[in-house]
Design a protein around this ligand. Structure first.
Ligand code: GLN
Length: 470
């Protein structure tokens, strides 16, 4: 099944194809790939019914089709969709149903998109392999012994295996871009605040951002345009206006920078380095300028990220106390044991590890040494990045140091797994937009293009042109 959003929509609008046919085909494909465990739930009946209603209304001319009329989308299990279960891959939320729509979901529905199901993810979006989920691991569709990446691994596989046109995930430190890279699809994290976080289950609030995965850059541009923009329910959503992201125009020549340290880094595999260097040559041959620059903070990125995100997570996750949401232990004697038992039973190992780390770095004796230092380090990193963009259009970076690993490899070695986030956390630490683009259809590796804060239009312009030229 080819994914070409514009072509599909024009076939629907001209009557050659019905929304019902489109949705039925995707549902069939969802069933075909059940063994990969990409979806926690497929909204089969509901999606088909909605498709039928959309077809009827359009045929009877009682409905002007919305911008996303016919767009089939999967959503990560941490986005609230009213009346549907939502668990963020955690036992602690089993049985809980959404009582409202996330702003992004509401905006999709208002423009006639169809939501096909909710996808598996690492518990509370903490992980890099979609293997900390209480529903078990998701498998990579290209090689089922490998992880699909994470935390939005279900989302990436849903796109990789053609079960939808686009997936919504969330990206706190790479959770959209890294699985996109492992699954050979495009993954974009917009600037912090470009899309409202209202209705996205919080992991680390000053890093979290909804991201988009697809094989079609036009689908990403169009959906971003629908869901971006200020939202009174999220004070951190940006009031800055935005342009027409999908507009087509002639290719431009850009100034790229890349960090010398990023390609000399010992964690970068030979294969990833070779592909990255090949991309530099290719861009230069196309007439772009690509320059190596110094960046002193590469090895500070992961520690800064993990100190700040675990601190924020420990605070955000305190709301799951056995009283207000989801799982409540039955073996309790008093209120303290209710909290302790419910949380001990409901959270998995990785989440517990991060809550403990987060409370540690925030504790009185260590606050200055860790949390405060990490905040200062985040500021320095952001200043250095802002400075790069005074001279360059884009920063070029590998998406990951190496391709996907075998499921279970890092169960006893979380630190090595954390270190593999070295290339993605920068965009979240500094709030800038970044997109991971596959080198090809099989390597399971991608490169990132990062733009200055709120420069999504430029980024999408580059993305559209590079894919048209390819
Ligand atoms: N792998 C990173 C982490 O575990 C990124 C997660 C994310 O972006 N949600 O924190």
């Amino acid at each position: 099944m080819m994914v070409n959003w514009k072509e599909t929509q024009s076939q629907i609008l001209s009557g050659k194809l019905s929304v019902f046919e489109v949705v039925s085909n995707y549902i069939k494909q969802c069933r075909n790939i059940e063994s990969l465990n990409a979806y926690i739930e497929i909204f089969e009946e509901e999606a088909l019914e909605r498709a039928q209603q959309l077809d009827e209304k359009y045929k009877n001319q009682i409905h002007t089709p919305g911008r996303l009329f016919g767009m089939v989308i999967s959503i990560k299990d941490n986005l609230n969709f009213k009346g549907h279960s939502i668990t963020a891959g955690s036992s602690i939320l089993k049985g809980y149903k959404s009582i409202y729509n996330a702003t992004a979901i509401q905006r999709l529905l208002d423009e006639d998109a169809i939501i096909i199901g909710r996808t598996n993810c690492d518990e509370f979006a903490m992980g890099s392999g979609t293997d900390t989920s209480c529903y078990g691991p998701t498998r990579n569709g290209d090689n089922t012994t490998l992880v699909p990446g994470g935390s939005s691994g279900g989302a990436a596989v849903s796109v990789q295996m053609n079960t939808c046109m686009l997936a919504l995930g969330s990206d706190t430190g790479g959770s959209v871009r890294q699985p996109a890279s492992f699954c050979n699809v495009i993954g974009m994290k917009p600037s912090y605040g470009r899309i409202s976080r209202y209705g996205l289950i919080a992991y680390a609030s000053s890093f979290d951002q909804i991201g988009l995965l697809s094989k079609d850059s036009n689908a990403i541009a169009e959906v971003l345009e629908v869901i971006a923009g200020h939202d009174p329910y999220d004070p951190t959503s940006s009031p800055l206006p935005f342009d027409h992201y999908g507009s087509e125009s002639t290719p431009e020549k850009y100034n790229f920078a890349y960090f010398k340290a990023s390609i000399d880094h010992p964690s970068l595999s030979r294969e990833s380095k070779k592909l990255f260097e090949g991309k530099i040559t290719e861009l230069m041959n196309e007439g772009h300028s690509v320059e190596a620059i110094e960046f002193d903070y590469l090895d500070y990125l992961v520690p800064t990220y993990y100190i700040l995100t675990t601190a924020e997570a420990s605070s955000n996750l305190s709301r799951y106390d056995g009283v207000r949401y989801g799982h409540r232990s039955t073996e309790v004697t008093d209120v303290e044991s209710l909290y302790k038992k419910s949380r001990s039973e409901g959270f998995g190992t990785e989440v517990k590890r991060r809550i403990i780390l987060g409370t540690f770095v925030l504790s009185e004796g260590y606050f200055d040494a860790y949390y405060k230092k990490a905040q200062a380090s985040r500021r320095l990193i952001k200043e250095a990045i802002d400075n790069v963009f005074t001279q360059y259009d884009f920063i070029l970076m590998p998406s990951t140091p190496h391709p996907a690993w075998t499921i279970g490899s890092f169960v006893n070695d979380p630190v090595t797994m954390y270190l593999s986030d070295i290339y993605t956390v920068l965009a979240n630490l500094s709030g800038i937009p970044a997109v991971s683009i596959p080198y090809d259809t099989k390597s399971g590796l991608g490169f990132q293009v990062m733009a200055a804060y709120m420069q999504e239009k430029k980024l999408l312009h580059f993305l559209n042109n590079i894919l048209i030229m390819a």
